[in-house]
Design a protein around this ligand. Structure first.
Ligand SMILES: Nc1ncnc2c1ncn2[C@@H]1O[C@H](COP(=O)(O)OP(=O)(O)OP(=O)(O)O)[C@@H](O)[C@H]1O
Ligand SMILES: Nc1ncnc2c1ncn2[C@@H]1O[C@H](COP(=O)(O)OP(=O)(O)OP(=O)(O)O)[C@@H](O)[C@H]1O
Ligand SMILES: [Mg+2]
Ligand SMILES: [Mg+2]
Lengths: 228, 228
């Protein structure tokens, strides 16, 4: 369903070329939960950004549900993303002038929900990540891990078909991380969403169907979890 | 050497009051390595910010080396920090228009190093955190974990007496995290620096002299490691 072939992303700096992605092949089924691991700088965020159409590859192809993401015009990629993709960024990317509730309802606006419905859904998911008493705090009135949870809530609200999560528990203590992972797993399984999650914490990978290990811009190995 | 008495930080929002710090008492010796743990939102970043004089308490006192940090004028706090404190921020706070090398040499400017010396020291410490081939990358040309390591290098360059590190390995894979922790420990012990480090990862606390656990704005318990 997500098909990546021979993918390259190369940054040129002066006369050096950095192969952030150095030939990636990948196949992910709809409804699959995949964890992406690997050392700092190995290309995980770059792969996620290309899959979400936030950046263009230098070589290779990306197909999602039959659509060549890498060949779409900018406006069409943006539209595809707003209808189908939730993204949890490594540095959250919240809007600083909006509070937690508004940051989450904003994502729902583009999905066609009525305003009363949006507020109700947004409140619900913020409560599920433990932020029911932080709805009207702006990002600079929230702790790092609270901002991260708003970013998660925003990505999941409206149940997009695909979720890309870039280290969603990096700033959370173990207890809160496991609670968030249980919630994420439950939502994904319940709605048959496809999840690609970058993490440095092997403890967060227990529910994944497959683990992909990256190194130097390539997928070094793939490890399928035995079916229960 | 660091003496905190009855410390409170209270945020008022409408008619609610949030006790980010709710009565903290603390004593840290010079040369001590302390790890601060606790759930998301428990007050760790707030405590670090107050100790570094980045924010003012609402009640209580903070004394470092005999100086009442909470009573200093703004210009004097800034001067104290530039001479004595290195800070690794939870969201790195790098300067986006400067590359990795410039971000680190900037911190050294205020400590009175000559420019040739600054560049040499900065290069050295960036190599030690594995970024020798990323010196001229700006923050947006670096991965999350690479930005975090620039932030660490900047805090440690110039060997300040005190280092406050807010989740310095949150975006690093385990292998890189352990390498960074070894380096940090070595530098701290070598120069008898005082370190207060927030972390969610108990694996990073093995070299600490003491662990402090926070909950709801208070230090819930303190756990001293047996001397080797
Ligand atoms: N400016 C502010 N206004 C209102 N509340 C605030 C403000 N800044 C912080 N808070 C609240 O104070 C509490 C402590 O925040 P702090 O950033 O110290 O937590 P933390 O322990 O560092 O959490 P994390 O592990 O998620 O980084 C949080 O509940 C947060 O919502
Ligand atoms: N705009 C750019 N220009 C030059 N190099 C870049 C640029 N963006 C990323 N890189 C490099 O590409 C490599 C991969 O970056 P990426 O952000 O994908 O790593 P990552 O696996 O997400 O790392 P981390 O775990 O630290 O977040 C890094 O070595 C980085 O320095
Ligand atoms: Mg990354
Ligand atoms: Mg914090």
């Amino acid at each position: 369903w997500i098909k990546v072939e021979d993918l390259y992303k190369i940054y040129r700096m002066g006369d050096t070329a950095i192969h952030a992605l150095d030939g990636v092949d990948l196949n992910i089924d709809q409804g699959e939960m995949v964890c992406l691991l690997g050392p700092s700088g190995s290309g995980k965020s770059t792969l996620l950004n290309l899959l979400a159409g936030l950046e263009r590859p230098d070589r290779g192809s990306i197909e999602i549900g039959g659509i060549r993401i890498d060949k779409l015009k900018e406006a069409d990629v943006t539209r595809f993303r707003s209808l189908n993709v939730g993204f949890v960024f490594q540095s959250y990317n919240l809007i600083n002038t909006l509070d937690a509730l508004e940051n989450v309802t904003l994502g729902l606006t583009f999905k066609g929900y009525r305003s009363t419905e949006r507020e109700k859904l947004a409140k619900e998911i913020l409560e599920h990540v433990g932020l029911g008493d932080r709805l009207h705090h702006k990002p600079n009135q929230l702790s790092g891990g609270q901002q991260q949870r708003v970013s998660i809530a925003r990505a999941f609200a409206g149940n997009p078909k695909i979720i890309f999560a870039d280290e969603p528990t990096g700033n959370l203590d173990t207890h809160t991380s496991l609670e968030v992972m249980d919630l994420i797993t439950q939502m994904i399984r319940d709605k048959n969403q496809t999840l690609i999650m970058v993490t440095h914490d092997e403890e967060m990978t227990t529910n994944a169907d497959r683990l992909l290990h990256m190194r130097d811009g390539k997928i070094e190995r793939s490890h399928t979890r035995a079916a229960p």
